[in-house]
Design a protein around this ligand. Structure first.
Ligand code: KIV
Length: 296
């Protein structure tokens, strides 16, 4: 064989190998790049919106993570959409840990935040820390979320002092539904709006990494988001918050009878699944399933 051709061939092979190694490294790096609280802060700084959805189980969390959502919230809305309770109050710490650990096992990229359930932190900061430590140790989650402002300051501070990132939650707080008496928009009046602004400042000051703003006027969402350095995540908080969150079962149309103004449905999965079940049932009844090729 011609020596010059052999040398060119060898050079091309070497370049190929180097490029292959470089790109393989890059794609692996990209695949496993995890979202951290610092990444969310950087997103706010460069004006990139943050996407957050709820997740309660392994299979759905895998799909949501593959879809590129930045934050998965193991919300206590599991009490409603997974367990069928009317409110978020009945869900227990053990149940939240079960949901959270299923989600954590599925996720490669998203930040996993877990709601501290009702009764595990209000009025008792030691219990807040003990509940948080159980969540972090037993589920492997990355952060917790708590509803409230000044009234839960001690709990938030104690959890933060253990090195666990805390996401705040203000506006409509479903764990306080019996105090509010209704799920309507919060902070429409000046006094409540002022209190909310003070609470957001306090949560930022003591070290929360982000705050959920639920069902408040868009103008207030804008004011707070512009005022704070940490990201705000809205659910019915208008278009100016730094990110948005929806309950996955609502946005996928798995739940049917919930139509708040802030909800955009991206699929009608109730109908899709019902149709599949109807066709399967008909095939079984008609002895059409399984056929010759679907058996051993
Ligand atoms: O539990 C939940 O799903 C939540 C969201 C509504 C923010 O707290």
């Amino acid at each position: 064989m011609n020596y010059r051709l052999m040398t060119i061939d060898y050079k091309l092979w070497t370049i190929n190998l180097i490029l292959h190694r470089k790109f393989k490294k890059m794609s692996v790096h990209k695949k496993f790049k995890r979202i951290t609280t610092h990444a969310l802060q950087a997103m706010k700084a460069r004006g990139e919106r943050i996407s957050m959805l709820t997740a309660y189980d392994y299979s759905m969390a895998k799909i949501l993570d593959a879809g590129g959502v930045d934050v998965l919230l193991v919300g206590d809305s599991a009490s409603n959409v997974m367990a069928g309770h009317e409110t978020t109050l009945p869900i227990t710490l053990n149940e939240m840990i079960y949901h959270a650990s299923s989600v954590v096992r599925a996720v490669e990229r998203a930040l996993v935040v877990v709601d501290l359930p009702f009764g595990c932190y209000q009025g008792n900061s030691r219990e807040a820390l003990a509940s948080t430590i159980r969540i972090m140790k037993e589920s492997g989650a990355h952060a917790v979320k708590m509803e409230g402002g000044k009234e839960i300051q001690e709990s938030v501070e104690r959890v933060l002092s253990a090195g666990v990132p805390v996401m705040g939650h203000l506006g409509l707080m479903p764990q306080s539904i019996y105090k509010f008496g209704t799920y309507t928009v919060r902070a429409k009046e000046e006094v409540e709006a002022e209190q909310l602004i003070e609470d957001t400042k306090l949560l930022q000051e003591i070290g929360c990494f982000a705050i959920v703003l639920e069902k408040i006027p868009a103008e207030l969402g804008k004011q707070v988001s512009e005022m704070l350095d940490i990201p705000t995540i809205g659910i019915g908080g208008g278009q100016h918050t730094d990110g948005q969150v929806l309950v996955t079962h609502d946005m996928l149309g798995i739940t049917k009878d919930f139509h708040p103004r802030f909800l955009r449905r991206y699929a009608e999965l109730f109908d899709v699944v019902k149709d599949a079940v109807e066709r399967y049932t008909a095939d079984v009844k008609n002895r059409d399933f399984p056929n010759d090729k679907e058996q051993y």
